[in-house]
Design a protein around this ligand. Structure first.
Ligand code: BGC
Length: 767
């Protein structure tokens, strides 16, 4: 275990020493964020081995390459010098060190005892990115010279030298040019930069207050800057044993999010913050977090390490998602790193989205709006590849253009060609699936009428143009795609892709008819906009009903046409965490039946009502023996199916691996950023897997299959604006449907018993 976790209430992650080789890993773990800014958990004094990363949501730049999320100037640098020597592991020893991430309040605390010869210096700090004041960060820090008086200089820096150094292919890039640095007298420091290609202006202000340094005459304040950085220095004589404290407020605005003068906005923010004071700001921030967790927490009783790990996963999802609509989505590393260039993949809709849909539906809606607003570009992407309708990009950044790189660095470090762009078309069905789920779970008809239906219809139009008709079999085929299993590229009739396409076409046709009945004027308007005749809708129905599905009489599904002809390799060895051991040579893997990640099994999970138990069993057994789980997107899905089918020990194994995947660095590259899809997979495995909660055709199913040591699981879900408070164990489910609508009912099926949930009546069902 790399990090220790306090096991009291499961809200804390603790670090006990500074290990320079692990700095980047720990920075990812301790990332702070409020959905607007993500700031890696760097040690304030800065180390060569570390990687300061500050990411502002939606701020991308290409700088001569493909667009990537910009590593913005870093406002959290604090250097302290005592008698000319820096408080840093590079110049002093460390006797004691603790960092605590308080996940309940999203605050990072630190205490480090430095030693220089015989002299000890105690440094303490805390910082947070305010959830209430989204453009504001607050830091408090203090210094105490324990053994002597000392001459001290505290230097607060806004560092405009940061670059995007983590490149899979290509050189480091600095994506912005500093336009202005300012820091006269006691005015706040200010730095403005402009991104080179996208032209976004980023402004940062910093205001530091010194407490008990003995008044202005004894504390000398100096400000200066160069073309890239601004500094403020506080120099004073520290008395032995006296604690000197500082509060630093910093603010960030960009031309992407404000029409107002950025300089004025930044300055006003830190001045307002100073008036409020750090304590009040923390209270406001904490209140917002309390509200967030009220609907999002999953409290597991009986397994302290997992209880904490699950919260850690949810914490990282929550810090990446803005409560405001900022026309952004969630990158594959959230806002904790720049690997995958901050691009948005299907990871968002299939893995992260369900958590938000059930617990923070406004955020879920914003995630879908991000896609909707790029529909025009997606239409263009489709036509560029010779199709109709909409083709969402496999990788998306700011504009919705396809930004998948041509080359990438594979797991073994080799540079490989990327084939996903022209083939991984299941993204279209993935997004439609998320829209349909959102409609079912939230009942947000306004959204469907204004945006959702258009996405569904345009996607159906895409599939209708993507299929080929085979007269001999009278079936439609989808040639040359890559499904989730990326070992097998450019295959025909991928079951995952075909099934989604089929569903998308049929769903579009039925939605059209539903709205034709309930909202005819609206359908007419949309039909005119899309130039959509009824005959085209009929064709969707016809094509959807005749798409080739490779499923045998036994129920065994062939992942794609010809899959069963590949080498019948199976996993024969597993490591201590129960994960497969196999040769990673992709050139060979493509000729075998080994599968990179959940593919057929993911499909079974996405459509829980569509396949019999026997089909699920037979396919789980087959693909579990052949899946390598190279992608962190995979094990959570196998955990869900295993739990549902009653193999709790297997389910727990997979679940443990992903729940602790980042904390214990099981994936081996957490230093590059958090595995955001996996975070969402963990929530789904807890709720849909172990707690056995599913909403199928407007009926709520609950069938808990908890690991033995889990005594109880408590969580809330939101359903159509009402709350479902659930507390369950293996033999008892307590559920309260909280609603303002007194007559509201929800059909449920708990432990196989059909029941009607009634508003505001606590229901207890014993197995
Ligand atoms: C996975 C994809 C995923 C991407 C970004 C790849 O390794 O195979 O499914 O979208 O990583 O997380």
């Amino acid at each position: 275990m790399v990090l220790e976790w306090l096991s009291d209430d499961g809200w804390i992650v603790l670090e006990r020493n500074i290990d320079r080789d692990k700095l980047r890993f720990q920075e990812t773990i301790f990332t702070l964020g409020n959905g607007y800014v993500g700031s890696r958990g760097v040690l304030e004094e800065g180390y060569r081995q570390g990687y300061p990363g500050t990411y502002i949501t939606g701020v991308y730049d290409s700088g001569g390459q493909l667009p990537e999320i910009v590593n913005a100037p870093n406002p959290v640098v604090v250097e302290i010098y005592v008698d000319g020597r820096k408080l840093s592991l590079d110049e002093m020893g460390v006797i004691e060190h603790r960092r605590i991430l308080d996940m309940k309040r999203a605050v990072l605390y630190r205490r480090t005892l430095f030693v220089d010869g015989e002299k000890r210096y105690k440094y303490r700090s805390s910082r947070f990115l305010s959830l209430r004041e989204q453009h504001l960060g607050v830091m408090s820090f203090s210094l105490e010279a324990l053994d002597c008086d000392a001459s001290v200089t505290v230097k607060c820096v806004v560092d405009g030298t940061t670059r995007n150094e983590i490149q899979a292919v290509g050189d480091p890039v600095r994506h912005y040019t500093v336009m202005q640095t300012y820091g006269m007298g006691r005015d706040p420091l200010y730095l403005a930069a402009r991104t080179d290609a996208s032209g976004i202006v980023i402004g940062l202000a910093s205001l530091t207050e010194a407490h008990n340094t003995g008044g202005s005459c004894e504390c000398q304040i100096k400000s200066h800057g160069d073309e890239n950085c601004v500094f403020r220095e506080f120099s004073f004589q520290a008395r032995r044993g006296k604690r000197y404290s500082f509060t630093r407020y910093f603010s960030v605005y960009t031309s992407r999010d404000t029409q107002r003068n950025i300089h004025t906005s930044c300055l006003a923010e830190v001045m307002r913050a100073r008036e409020r004071g750090a304590a009040q700001l923390l209270r406001r921030h904490t209140r917002c977090w309390r509200h967030r967790w009220r609907y999002s927490d999953v409290a597991i009783d009986g397994d302290p390490a997992i209880r904490q790990a699950v919260r850690f996963n949810l914490y990282h999802l929550l810090i990446a998602a803005s409560p405001e609509d900022m026309d952004v989505s969630l990158p594959a590393k959230a806002l904790s790193g720049e690997w995958y260039k901050g691009h948005v993949f299907w990871d968002t809709e299939i893995y992260m989205f369900p958590f938000f849909m059930y617990t923070q539906p406004k955020i879920a809606r914003n995630l879908l709006l991000y896609r909707y607003r790029r529909l025009e570009q997606a239409r263009h992407n489709a036509s560029m590849q010779g199709y109709k309708g909409t083709l969402f990009p496999w990788e998306s950044a700011d504009t919705g253009e396809e930004v998948t790189p041509m080359l990438w660095r594979g797991p073994d470090g080799k540079i490989i060609k990327v084939h996903t762009k022209p083939m991984q078309h299941h993204i279209v069905g993935d997004i439609s699936w998320a829209v349909s789920m959102y409609y079912m779970v939230t009942g947000d008809i306004r959204f469907m009428l204004d945006y959702g239906a258009e996405v569904i219809f345009e996607s159906a139009r895409f599939w209708a143009s993507r299929v080929n008709y085979d007269e001999d079999t009278a079936l439609y085929h989808i040639p040359e795609v890559t499904g989730p299993d990326e070992y097998h590229k450019g295959v025909d009739d991928s079951f995952y892709t075909n099934y989604l396409a089929r569903w998308n076409l049929l769903y579009a046709a039925s939605l059209y008819r539903e709205f034709l009945g309930s909202h005819p004027r609206y359908i007419k308007k949309l039909g005119d906009k899309m130039n959509l005749p009824c005959s085209e809708v009929d064709a969707w129905q016809q094509v959807g009903g005749s798409i080739k599905l490779g499923i045998q009489d036994s129920g065994l599904i062939e992942e794609f046409q010809g899959y069963f002809d590949k080498g019948n390799d199976v996993i024969t060895q597993r490591n201590a965490s129960g994960m497969p051991v196999y040769s990673k040579d992709e050139d060979k893997l493509q000729h075998t039946q080994l599968v990179k990640q959940a593919d057929v099994i993911l499909l079974l999970h996405l459509f829980p009502g569509d396949f019999s138990r026997k089909t699920r069993e037979i396919n789980f057994a087959y693909y579990d023996a052949r899946t390598t789980h190279l992608s962190s997107l995979s094990p959570s899905i196998y955990a869900i199916l295993a739990a549902e089918l009653g193999d709790i020990s297997k389910a727990y194994n997979y679940f443990h691996y992903v729940a602790c995947g980042d904390l214990d660095d099981y994936f081996g590259n957490t230093d590059l950023g958090i595995h955001a899809a996996s975070l969402g997979g963990v929530w789904q495995a807890a709720i849909h897997g172990f707690a056995g909660v599913k909403l199928v055709c407007d009926r709520l199913y609950i069938n808990p299959k908890l690991p033995e040591k889990w005594r109880m699981v408590k969580f809330n879900l939101l359903w159509r604006g009402n709350t479902l408070r659930v507390c369950l164990s293996n033999d008892k489910v307590e559920i309260l449907l909280g609603s303002r609508k007194k007559q509201l009912e929800l059909p449920a099926c708990i432990y196989g018993k059909r029941i009607q949930l009634q508003a505001n009546k606590l229901l207890t069902v014993v197995k």
